[in-house]
Write a protein that binds this ligand. Sequence first.
Ligand code: NAG
Ligand code: NAG
Length: 237
Amino acid sequence: MKLFLFLLFLWITVVVGRIDGRHDVFDSSEDSTSSEEMTGRAVNRDSFEDSEGSEGSSEKSEKKGKSCPGEWMSFDRSQGKWCVKVFMSNGNFLSAETLCRSYNSTLTGFQTNDERLKIADVAKQMIQSRGIEVALMWIGARRKSNCPTAGMCFADETFYWTDNFTKVKEAFEFSSGQPDASLNNRHNQNWGHESCLQQMIFASGTTHPKYASFQGQLNDLHCQNPEVQMCACGRRP
Ligand SMILES: *[C@@H]1O[C@H](CO)[C@@H](O)[C@H](O)[C@H]1NC(C)=O
Ligand SMILES: *[C@@H]1O[C@H](CO)[C@@H](O)[C@H](O)[C@H]1NC(C)=O
């Protein structure tokens, strides 16, 4: 028994070592290809297909060591690597999810507050460079069906992440008084209660006189609301 355990330990050490080694190789090779791809032409779907195709076939068995496509942020989560990219996207929740899917991704969840703030910071830089003062950003969460109105569930237990990868509720950090499951909307439509989630992005400072919110906090919103400027997509490498 002791011998077996020792051999098992040896095997694990070797395998883990190999995966780590591969991983470094991927990181450096991907970085160089992606920077080549980014020079001269905009990021488009083809460039992702190219980079996926070239590494995908020969290294499929080493999937765990893959790194995120160029220009995607990379987060090392306990359950594996997760890639996130912020896009400008004018429209409702469905149009944002459609955009994410065209990049083989889905609206992302946030596993930690650190992730939530880092992604908000990238969004902030994007609106700064476009001269936009305030933006809302779709993220991947839905109101639980047993929490349809305010006061039925704790704030951080009212929503669930839809990306099938994000776990835990740490990053459900809401603006003051939210989520309020409001029925009201500027369009006076019968949209029901707010059941999607957006993140507040301010171009400067940590808050804004018009909003009872700090940078990067979350707020529930009608999924149908077409006046949302950004979205954050997530995917496995
Ligand atoms: C999405 O995934 C499919 C199937 O793996 C692949 O053929 C396609 O190239 C990918 N598209 C993008 C934009 O990565
Ligand atoms: C998550 O998993 C469910 C059930 O398997 C599936 O219906 C849904 O499409 C998945 N969502 C994403 C974003 O992959």
